[in-house]
Design a protein. Sequence first.
Length: 317
Amino acid sequence: MSLTRHLSSKDSPIRQFVYESAPQLALAGTRGRRGQEIASSFGFDQLLSLKTQLPIPEDVKDRQSHATVAGTALDYRLRMDLPDFDFVETVAQRGLDVLASDTAVVHRGKHIHKVLEMALGFAYLTWKDKNSDPLSLDRASIPLAWCESIARIGPHDALSGALGQRVKRAKTAVDLMMNIDDPLLFDIALMRRAVGPLLDEWNRGFEVGVDYVANPRFLGSMAVGGADADWAVGDMLVELKTREEITSPWLRDTLFQLLGYALLDLDDSLGIRRVGILLPRQPHFAVWTLDDLLQKDADEALPRLRAAFAGLLTSER
């Protein structure tokens, strides 16, 4: 079971442990004056007041599917602008490999695999071309998102609906890529442009030695389905969230997701002491220290918490 599924289940001992690690945060945004006061102390008020400047385009019919693909594709698009992006090591490539291992799991699986494999090749060449324009890179991020869905939810579930039909209809990868919906393409482009200054700031830091890890995994990841975060930038763990509506319960849950990742770093290999949520639709970048979330000195608290967490993870396997 994934970390996010554990955290969404009130009966999960893993959720109970993570929430008990930060009891003040667990109360943030709950009903009543006390919950509001605690939420305010964590800076939720500022985030709740943000206006969504880049909403999902109005002409999108399936908003949930659009939001999922746009969010994953934007993650890939931003990583293309950051150091050491490696197609071979992506979850997208893993998804394509999963499909290759058993193409019979979905109707016309061989054709789907061939077209998606060629589409990833097209995306790779686009990224490698130093003269590629930004919109071409935006387009290249979308097949990566499609293939990642195969790894995340399995080839049958990922390809039995609209995505599978789209790929089946495409005669070639070029046909598939050129028929990407304009609202999806331009949504990614606008969000990428909105966070461009932050990427520039990060890249300047990387040039002078700030550490960077894309899709970091942790020593405890395999105990919860191979959990991986979006980025580790210096001592900060960052999650990209393309959500339109910001609410206190959602902020609380997202911070517990990040705290869960920090606890999974059992050997402190990443030195995480801050967490951040990147909100491109608002756009805004919010940062908290682990001292603030735990309401205690993280350097002192983390060894004890991680040791106890490791014992729990072992007992749950």
